[in-house]
Design a protein around this ligand. Structure first.
Ligand SMILES: Cc1ncc(COP(=O)(O)O)c(C=O)c1O
Length: 440
């Protein structure tokens, strides 16, 4: 017998903006995540000389980092001009170098770490030798005989394709029907082979996996189940901590941190949330954000991580302008890791994504893609909405509300071609400035 549907899932089924708070949520010190974060930071440091050589835009430091921006100008338009909402900041991964999205943190990391492992196994890189040795003609010839494959809605394909081509690999990107044409064109211009699938993201990943497994010289970046991607994303938490300290907003029991992380398969937000738990212990509350038609993490986490769940089970379409989040089934790896670490998940309608995108541009000069505009609803759900009353009672008492720092993670957009961006902007402006989520 199936359990009766909860009121939250009934809202989700109806396509309403919804907050689900995690009943198993346990913000606490997390030595496992802290150790994982330390490894991730050390790995990024080790590959920095190679990254500096591969991508001159990174400068001599070879770091892939983004700014943390004060978006106080957006408080009034978003309805956050109240002491109930503390400092409002935006993590500008939409402008990350190399790939123009949060996927640069995972995809570039996994490709480079894979290259290092392959070169070590082949005796092309000796223990203790700088990974910059991978730039040698011998190493390039070695990579040219191999390929890297990935299935993607677009941005992971861009980041993996760019990194793989930079090292000299053949790169094959399998893209779902949701992938935008400009992402396909950009990849092809880099010499990446793009295989387009008529079906959704899950099918594209399955096809990519099968094709890659049939080729012993192909390495597969498995977006649904990758330790390396997860680790790559997680290091962002260390970067964020340094930036918050520099702004005088050091996180602690009196000043908690709320993170709003756009979610597709879950790797990027999961990795960042994991790193943040390692960095800030009990003082961070990570939330995932999803489109109302693609709430794969919400459905999976709400039903329990052991029950494979899809948004199609609830009669949802998985259709959204937020192409990076058009995912019907969450990663099982991420779901397990988030069981006690994720504070909750909320959903946002496509009209609000476009309205928020236009507001972010017109008020703060930001260039976001629709996926990246999802997090702006976060302070509403956690600090203001009746749906967040239970969360506030347990984790955000009124005396701490004005200090709590809200970070909207903007995950992509700077690579969007002008004409496409103009289209999003016009559509968002035409919808007006009244946000649907603010009435929930
Ligand atoms: C712009 C953007 N935001 C968020 C995400 C979600 O990341 P993940 O699929 O790892 O959950 C993606 C994924 O491609 C993306 O492209």
């Amino acid at each position: 017998m199936t359990a009766p549907e909860t009121p939250v899932l009934a809202r989700v089924r109806a396509g309403q903006p919804t907050l689900w708070t995690n009943p198993d949520y346990a913000p606490e010190p997390d030595p496992e995540a802290a150790a994982g974060l330390a490894t991730a930071v050390a790995d990024w440091q080790a590959i920095a000389p190679l990254l500096a050589a591969l991508f001159p835009e990174l400068g001599p430091a070879g770091t892939i980092t983004s700014d943390l921006i004060d978006i106080g100008a957006l408080r009034a338009p978003l309805g956050y001009d109240t002491p109930a909402v503390g400092p409002l900041l935006l993590k500008a991964d939409h402008a990350l170098p190399v790939a123009g999205s949060v996927k640069a943190r995972g995809g570039v990391f996994e490709v480079v770490m894979t290259a290092i492992a392959q070169a070590r196994a082949a005796g092309l890189l000796r223990p203790g030798e700088s990974p910059a040795a991978l730039l040698s003609p011998q190493a390039r010839a070695f990579f040219a005989a191999r390929s890297v494959a990935v299935g993607s809605t677009g941005n992971l394909g861009l980041s993996v394709g760019i990194a793989a081509r930079a090292l000299g690999y053949r790169a094959v990107v399998h893209m779902s029907a949701d992938a935008k044409a400009w992402k396909v064109e950009r990849l092809r211009a880099l010499g990446v082979e793009v295989v387009r699938h008529a079906a959704d993201y899950t099918s594209a990943v399955a096809a990519a996996r099968a094709a890659s497994e049939a080729d012993p010289l192909s390495a597969f970046v498995d977006d649904e189940d990758s330790e390396l991607l997860f680790r790559g994303y997680s290091a962002a938490a260390r970067e964020l901590a340094g930036q918050l300290d520099a702004l005088g907003l050091t996180i602690g029991p009196e000043r908690p941190l709320l993170l709003y992380l756009p979610c597709g398969i879950g790797g990027a937000p999961g990795g960042v949330a994991w790193g943040a738990r390692g960095m800030f212990g009990p003082d961070v509350h990570p939330f995932f954000v999803e489109p109302v038609q693609s709430p794969s993490a919400l459905v999976q986490m709400a039903r329990g991580v052991e029950v494979p769940s899809s948004v199609y089970d609830l009669g949802l379409s998985n259709r959204t302008e937020a192409d990076g989040m058009a995912v019907a089934t969450m990663s099982a790896l991420v779901a397990r890791r988030m069981t006690r670490r994720l504070a909750g998940v909320f959903t946002v309608g496509d009209d609000d994504l476009l309205r928020s995108l236009a507001l972010a541009h017109d008020t703060a000069g930001l260039r976001l893609e629709p996926s990246a505009a999802a997090g702006f609803a976060g302070p509403h759900f956690t600090a203001l909405s009746p749906q967040g009353a239970g969360f506030r009672a347990r984790h955000l008492p009124p005396e701490r509300a004005a200090q709590a720092v809200h970070v909207v993670w903007a995950t992509g957009g700077s690579f969007v071609p002008d004409a496409r961006f103009r289209g999003f902007l016009d559509a968002g402006r035409a919808l007006g400035t009244s946000l649907d989520f603010s009435r929930t």
